[in-house]
Ligand binder design. Structure first.
Ligand SMILES: *[C@@H]1O[C@H](CO)[C@@H](O)[C@H](O)[C@H]1NC(C)=O
Ligand SMILES: *[C@@H]1O[C@H](CO)[C@@H](O)[C@H](O)[C@H]1NC(C)=O
Ligand SMILES: *[C@@H]1O[C@H](CO)[C@@H](O)[C@H](O)[C@H]1NC(C)=O
Ligand SMILES: *[C@@H]1O[C@H](CO)[C@@H](O)[C@H](O)[C@H]1NC(C)=O
Ligand SMILES: *[C@@H]1O[C@H](CO)[C@@H](O)[C@H](O)[C@H]1NC(C)=O
Ligand SMILES: *[C@@H]1O[C@H](CO)[C@@H](O)[C@H](O)[C@H]1NC(C)=O
Length: 669
């Protein structure tokens, strides 16, 4: 025994996998010694995890704290515990915590330590996926956009600038997490390295090796590290690394043992693990809402559990892409604000038939109360007014530049990107003048498809059309030489999957007018979120009804309204949903909190989830809307509506011919 301990001690410095490999050659007594030394580890001899010496398997559910208001973390975790789960799984999105280099945020809704502590207090273990890349339908797969300051950076590889940023970030994150490891008395039993790396083109083993030693250097050599890849030899090839336990992901409805055969090829011994068992699926704007049948989920889950595998249900609760946090797939297709995912708990944390079906399959319901769905309240219609103190009926963003753009314009012959403007999210305004008379309709084009992602074009304050990445590369404009051209460009979410994650925003290539490149730009960085939360737009005044001729397209404008939570009704405020009858597309804030994007003109999402935690009973609640395309308030009146029922599955009104293929793992679903 002493010699084994010595051997272990010796090899701890260079990585635990050596210990595991050796373990296969140990006698029973020697293995017992290993068991006593390690609180959690992969038991290659008995094809299982071992925790505190006992055979162990986890039944886990994914919950992303970054998609749920902090006030609801406990409620959601308790509901997961009451479903019979013994574990939760979460990503850590780097860009959520390091918004600009060396500026970290771990407070409020970003308080990861508090989230982990809550999980532990409730009795849940944690499978942690700290990335650095997470995919997850999250902006740029969790990588901070500021990495793109190096224009030709090769993300997710040994690129020296990328590695330097990763090392710095992990040097902050991992020491913070170390006390939360199981061996240190915390809930974290395993830690994932990267995410589905085998689906990425680079196949850079040195990068995976670097991450592995980085993780071990911060977390200790006894941490159980794992990788996750699609259940196919092709995915596992570049995603796995000797010494890091290889797991797979696959959805319901297929042949469970065949899927695990793929894991067995990479990992002949050890526990079977499905790290992402899909309870539902993601959505894109302009496509039908995804659903996955409860019966099929229950059947496959039953099969997975019957063969003793560990499993993580992705998602158990999807939550919400508040603000600008959604990602996108390619050809460019951004995900909507809701990340409901047709999961067993809805976006708002409500119990579904799927929840109870899964509970029935797991059959390990702990003692405790069944937690109710949170009540919803229909606050009704709220009258909205257009913010327009000058009564010009012109371009409000242009009129309000002194409020919206703190830094003033940057002059440039050719357009600049968001990153060159040092603005990661939201909207940037590009101004120039028509260089020639365009008395006849003249094509304004983005020949290199460089509008990322949507451009609202006006000439002399009148809406002229919309350019859209991969969809609309040309519009016609008319106007006199010298007319002002205003182009508001919206970042609709960075690509989060595949080779195109270096997703620059703004006008990333030149626009042409006729045959000539447009030049002489003034580019304004816009601080819309600050202006909204400081109530600056509120002070601008508004008008009730206007008289300009109705037009199919309007210039982007702000609208405001207030509502009061009624008195005398117990338990208010409650959660609600906001919807936009007669509105087209835009962004909405309530009391300065950026709820996200609405786009009923494209669907399938119609209502946005409004958590009670952002509402006030003490003072009137403020609704601010930036409507980009239509003007429902002219001639008026116009309202937004608060209802108690979500609608995420409206008929899609886009002109897409085909529903796109389900993203990357359709063959496994
Ligand atoms: C940190 O994040 C929280 C939650 O989103 C936010 O309320 C707070 O303002 C942020 N802090 C800073 C300094 O940006
Ligand atoms: C499932 O796959 C296994 C191979 O792992 C095979 O033996 C079995 O026949 C398959 N079952 C069905 C129903 O296709
Ligand atoms: C622009 O105008 C020309 C001439 O009127 C027309 O043929 C063309 O279809 C228009 N293009 C667009 C994108 O509207
Ligand atoms: C715009 O065109 C000019 C001249 O061809 C070129 O130098 C410049 O790089 C282009 N800019 C962008 C953003 O594509
Ligand atoms: C709504 O805006 C007004 C004016 O800026 C402000 O006084 C009030 O506190 C805001 N309400 C909330 C709930 O923030
Ligand atoms: C949308 O979902 C609701 C609730 O599940 C369902 O009743 C309705 O039929 C669905 N509508 C469409 C168009 O699929």
């Amino acid at each position: 025994m002493a010699s084994i301990a010595l051997c272990i001690h010796f090899h701890r410095d260079v990585g635990l996998f050596i210990l595991y490999i050796q373990q296969r050659h140990l006698t029973r007594g020697q293995r017992l010694a290993v068991t006593l030394l390690l609180p959690t580890f992969v038991d290659y001899k008995n094809d299982c995890f071992r925790k505190d010496g006992e055979e162990f398997r986890y039944i886990s559910g994914s919950i992303h704290y970054n998609r749920i208001p902090r006030a609801y973390w406990k409620d959601r975790l308790l509901k997961m515990y009451m479903a019979g789960l013994n574990t939760i799984q979460t990503y850590v999105p780097w860009n959520f915590h390091e918004p600009s280099p060396d500026r970290y945020n771990f407070s409020g809704d970003r308080d990861l330590e508090h989230f982990l502590q809550l999980a532990q207090d409730i009795g849940l273990l944690v499978v942690l996926r700290p990335g650095p890349y997470i995919c997850g339908e999250w902006d740029m797969g969790g990588l901070p956009a500021w990495l793109l300051h190096k224009k030709d950076i090769v993300l997710r590889t040994s690129d020296t600038d990328y590695i330097a940023a990763v090392d710095k970030w992990m040097g902050t994150l991992l020491p913070m997490l170390k006390p939360f490891l199981y061996q240190n008395g915390g809930p974290i039993i395993t830690v994932q390295v990267e995410n589905e790396y085998g689906s990425y083109f680079a196949c850079d083993y040195n990068y995976l090796r670097h991450l592995t030693s980085l993780f071990r250097s911060h977390l200790g050599n006894d941490v159980v590290l794992f990788t996750t890849d699609g259940a196919g030899a092709g995915y596992l090839k570049c995603g796995t690394l000797q010494g890091v336990y290889a797991t797979v992901d696959f959805g319901p409805g297929g042949n469970v043992s065949a899927a695990f055969d793929a894991q067995r090829q990479a990992e002949p011994h050890g526990p079977l693990v499905n790290s992402e068992f899909y309870t539902g699926w993601l959505d894109h704007w302009g496509e039908h809402h995804s659903t996955v049948s409860t019966a099929i989920v229950a059947k496959s889950l039953n099969e997975i559990l019957a063969i003793g595998a560990s499993v993580n249900l992705y998602m158990f609760i999807g939550g919400t892409n508040f603000g600008y946090w959604n990602g996108a797939n390619t050809p460019y297709a951004p995900q909507p604000t809701s990340y409901d995912y047709d999961a067993p708990l809805t976006e708002a944390g409500d119990l579904t038939d799927k929840y109870f079906a899964i509970q029935d399959v797991i059959k390990l319901i702990p003692e405790g109360p069944v937690l109710p769905s949170t009540p919803k309240y229909a606050y009704g219609a709220v009258p909205m007014k257009k913010v327009d103190h000058l009564q010009t009926f012109k371009h409000l963003i242009v009129d309000a530049l002194d409020i919206l753009s703190f830094s003033g314009p940057v002059k440039s012959i050719y357009p600049l990107t968001f990153i060159e403007m040092n603005q990661p999210f939201g909207f940037v305004l590009y101004q120039t003048k028509l260089p020639v008379d365009c008395s006849k309709p003249t094509p304004l084009s983005s020949p290199l498809n460089g509008v990322h992602d949507r451009a609202y074009v006006s000439v002399d304050g009148v809406a002229a059309g919309i350019l859209e990445r991969d969809k609309a590369l040309t519009i016609n404009v008319t106007g006199k030489a010298g007319s002002q051209v205003d182009i508001l460009v919206e970042n609709m979410g960075r690509v989060n999957y595949g080779k195109d994650i270096n997703d620059f925003k703004g006008l990333v290539s030149n626009l042409t007018l006729g045959a000539d490149i447009l030049t002489g730009w003034e580019v304004y960085s816009l601080s819309i979120d600050q202006a909204v939360s400081q109530g600056l737009l509120w002070e601008m005044g508004s008008r009730v009804a206007g008289t300009p001729p109705p037009s199919p397209l309007s210039v982007p404008s702000f609208y405001g309204g207030t509502f009061v939570i009624p008195d005398g009704i117990p338990d208010l405020p409650q959660d609600t949903y906001i919807q936009f009858p007669d509105w087209r597309k835009g962004q909405v804030w309530i009391n300065g909190f950026n709820l996200g994007r609405y786009w009923p003109a494209r669907g399938p999402q119609i209502t946005l989830y409004v958590p009670a935690s952002i509402l006030s009973t003490a003072v009137p609640n403020n609704v601010t809307v930036l409507e980009l395309e239509g003007d429902p308030c002219t001639p008026g009146p116009c309202t937004v509506e608060f209802t108690n029922t979500p609608v995420l599955n409206a008929t899609v009104k886009s002109d897409h011919k085909h529903q796109r293929a389900l993203f990357h793992k359709e063959d496994l679903l």
